[in-house]
Design a protein around this ligand. Structure first.
Ligand SMILES: O=C(O)CCC(=O)C(=O)O
Length: 387
């Protein structure tokens, strides 16, 4: 997940004026709309479906049909040789990892690394206090006029990361699954998600490495390098990953349960309302099951997608993020246990999950370095045109 803590709070561009009537902004909006349509017509398809292919592709096929054009695909039976698919019951995981401490990410509502309106959170959870309530909590760049007209909900939003605790695996699993069933300890302590993104599969979960693979051989050959990081994800339906993009080629393998991806290509960046938000993080309050939101110190500013593709109030969301909700439908797909998603670098992705019978969703993903080539330069140019 990419958040580089740079950028200037309060920026808006001529492009944004398109919503408000500026001629130059309107023209730019048409140019961007044509680009997203043309990319669909020429390369990605207009159905919003992600290709499903059977069996591991050859490195050449994978490179030619998916990596070079930057098209996602699901490979349906690429993991059959992984013992993990048969072995990773909760009992097995508890016994192999009984003495292992793992990083667990907690949030009050299941949304880590997400845009939070603290006033909404206060009323829904009656828990967080903002420390310190500084100037960061005043207007920021999500406060375009149209946002205000739509009911002020961009006002004072923050980018908030999770509270992380290192717990023995059996306790961690209890808390994650507790979130899924809505009872017991997990519920009281907030939503728990094992989603450490620093190559944790080979460190914290190294005892499981022989049950899967440390790379995907045909992808390694096509991409010409070993993965930069291999991560393990164990979550419940309450844990949702907000829209973002990464500078990695992502091979995402689901081992248990299902993952639901909502995807947009990099050429739709103008529909994502990327804004700079003051950075903050949750901290569990002492002797309490509640969280405080603490501003990052030193202060950070994080450019992040403002769009929630599944908002509680679609009417309000459409007013705020018209270009997203009224434009071409996103690509959506469900990746089931035993399947592998290729998610090209720079694609925006939002991720939800459904559990298996044991109450968890488990995935292992492989981040391979992307090529910083001419395509990257074009996308950077697009982004700079709208910010
Ligand atoms: O599985 C998830 O919740 C998020 C996955 C993701 O964002 C990624 O692999 O880059």
């Amino acid at each position: 997940m990419e958040y580089n803590g740079v950028g200037e709070v309060g920026n808006r561009s001529e492009y944004d004026e398109g919503g408000g009537g500026g001629e130059a902004g309107k023209k730019l909006e048409r140019v961007f709309d044509n680009l997203s349509e043309e990319v669909r017509e020429l390369s990605l398809g207009t159905s919003g479906m992600v290709d499903r292919i059977k069996g591991p592709p050859s490195p050449l096929e994978f490179l030619r049909n998916y990596v070079m054009p930057g098209r996602p695909c699901i490979i349906t039976d690429a993991l059959e040789h992984w013992p993990a698919l048969r072995k990773w019951s909760n009992d097995y995981l508890r016994s192999v990892l009984k003495d292992q401490r793992v990083s667990v990410h907690f949030t009050p509502d299941g949304r880590a690394d997400a845009i939070v309106d603290p006033s909404q959170l206060l009323s829904s959870y009656s828990c967080p206090t903002i420390k310190p309530p500084t100037e960061h909590c005043t207007r920021n760049v999500a406060d375009k006029e149209e946002d205000f007209e739509a009911g002020n909900s961009g006002f004072g939003c923050l980018f908030v990361t999770s509270h992380v605790e290192k717990l023995l695996f059996p306790e961690a699993l209890e808390l994650i699954i507790g979130g899924a069933v809505g009872e017991g300890k997990g519920k009281r302590k907030g939503v728990a998600y094992a989603q450490e993104q620093n190559g944790c599969f080979l460190s914290e979960y190294g005892l499981l490495a022989n049950d899967a693979e440390v790379h995907i051989p045909w992808a390694t050959e096509a991409l010409g390098c070993m993965p930069e990081a291999v991560n393990l994800w164990i979550g419940s339906p309450e844990a949702v990953t907000s829209f973002h993009k990464d500078h990695y080629e992502n091979l995402y393998a689901v081992v248990a349960g299902e993952k639901h991806f909502t995807l947009l290509p990099p050429t739709d960046v103008h529909r994502m309302y990327v804004r700079n938000y003051p950075g903050a993080h949750y901290v569990r309050m002492k002797d309490s099951d509640k969280f405080a939101i603490v501003m990052d110190d030193p202060a950070t500013t994080v450019p992040w997608v403002s769009v929630d593709p599944y908002p509680a109030d679609f009417g309000e969301a459409r007013l705020k993020h018209r270009r997203y909700h009224d434009g071409p439908a996103p690509f959506t797909c469900t990746v089931r246990a035993g399947e592998l998603l290729y998610l090209p670098s720079m694609w925006f992705h939002h991720v939800r999950q459904s559990p298996d019978r044991e109450g968890r969703t488990i995935a292992v993903n492989f981040w391979y370095d992307m090529q910083f080539d001419i395509r990257y330069a074009y996308f950077s140019m697009l982004q700079s045109l709208i910010t």
